[in-house]
Design a protein around this ligand. Structure first.
Ligand SMILES: O=P(O)(O)OC[C@H]1O[C@H](O[C@H]2O[C@H](CO)[C@@H](O)[C@H](O)[C@H]2O)[C@H](O)[C@@H](O)[C@@H]1O
Length: 278
């Protein structure tokens, strides 16, 4: 049985889906892909790639991930989408290739070298720490401690190693699900990236879905765009550890990646119906 709030949600979702051009923007980890013990083990939820391919007939689609753009694109592997990586710091229109290069915010280039030095240091100093894994990116990278036997100890060890050098390099740290990230100090985040995508594609409607702290910026951007007259809706993918702030900000909450996959299927069916195709 449909509840009153289900009906309201459906109505709100449908009203955004009627807009043209329509944009659909998705985080990957925890949204399109169940959280895995390590980044290399994560895979898209079954059928997501097919749905994205079909959805791209009706909407402009962007992937907006904290992973490097190249890694995110390799994971999704659907042609014709915009791939934003490192929380919006880099992007590629379509799948990256030797003739289709990943671009980076020009002001960020000055931080590539210091970022490399900090990641080299982290690799050296944390090599013997159990359960710590280092994921390097074009700029900086992510230090994972999900597999550490003592997570509090691992987190503190990481901070002891990188906090000082990050401060000296005038860079900053970011925090997520059992990760500490070495980032540029620029005001680039998923919200800025979502706004640039909406502007570039001249979107009249936009839907964003995400599950973690950095996705909050994109959800706030959706609210701002709405105030500016662009129809928008944000979806939080709820897990056992989802931040309350994210659930409060979202217009719609779905349960886990499975719930997100079902919502994508519903969106696809509605767009097919709207556009008279089967
Ligand atoms: O904010 P996001 O776009 O979700 O990016 C944050 C990080 O996501 C990835 O790490 C997370 O997913 C891994 C695979 O499921 C998991 O092992 C890890 O514990 C999670 O934090 C990605 O590997 C990182 O590069 C992103 O920064």
């Amino acid at each position: 049985m449909k509840t009153e709030s289900d009906v309201m949600t459906t109505t709100a979702l449908q009203s955004v889906l009627k807009q043209k051009p329509l944009g659909l923007v998705f985080d990957i980890d925890g949204t399109l892909s169940p959280i895995a013990p390590t980044p290399a083990e994560a895979r898209l939820f079954p059928g997501i790639d097919t749905r994205l391919r079909e959805l791209s007939r009706y909407a402009k689609i962007a992937i907006l991930t904290g992973r490097a753009a190249k890694e995110g694109a390799a994971m999704v592997n659907v042609e014709g989408l915009t791939y934003f990586g490192t929380h919006g710091l880099e992007w590629c229109n379509g799948l990256p290739s030797p003739t289709n290069l990943v671009e980076i915010v020009p002001e960020a280039k000055a931080y590539i070298e210091p970022g490399n030095r900090i990641m080299d240091l982290a690799e050296r100093e944390l090599a013997n720490e159990p359960g710590i894994l280092i994921e390097r990116k074009q700029l900086g990278g992510t230090i994972h401690y999900r597999l550490a036997p003592d997570k509090d100890h691992a987190r503190q060890r990481i901070l002891d190693v990188v906090e000082g050098p990050v401060e000296q390099a005038h860079m900053r740290l970011g925090y997520g699900k059992f990760i500490i990230e070495v980032l540029s100090p620029l005001k680039v985040n998923k919200g800025v990236a979502l706004r640039s995508f909406a502007q570039k594609m001249d979107l009249r409607g936009v839907i964003f879905a995400g599950d973690d702290r950095t996705d909050l910026d994109a959800m706030e951007a959706v609210s701002e765009l709405r105030e500016e007259g662009i129809s928008g809706l944000s979806i939080a993918v709820q897990h056992h550890d989802t931040l309350p702030a994210l659930l409060n900000q979202a217009d719609l909450v779905v349960q886990g990646v499975e719930g997100m996959a079902a919502t994508l299927q519903g969106i696809l069916e509605y767009l097919k119906q709207l556009n008279g195709s089967r």
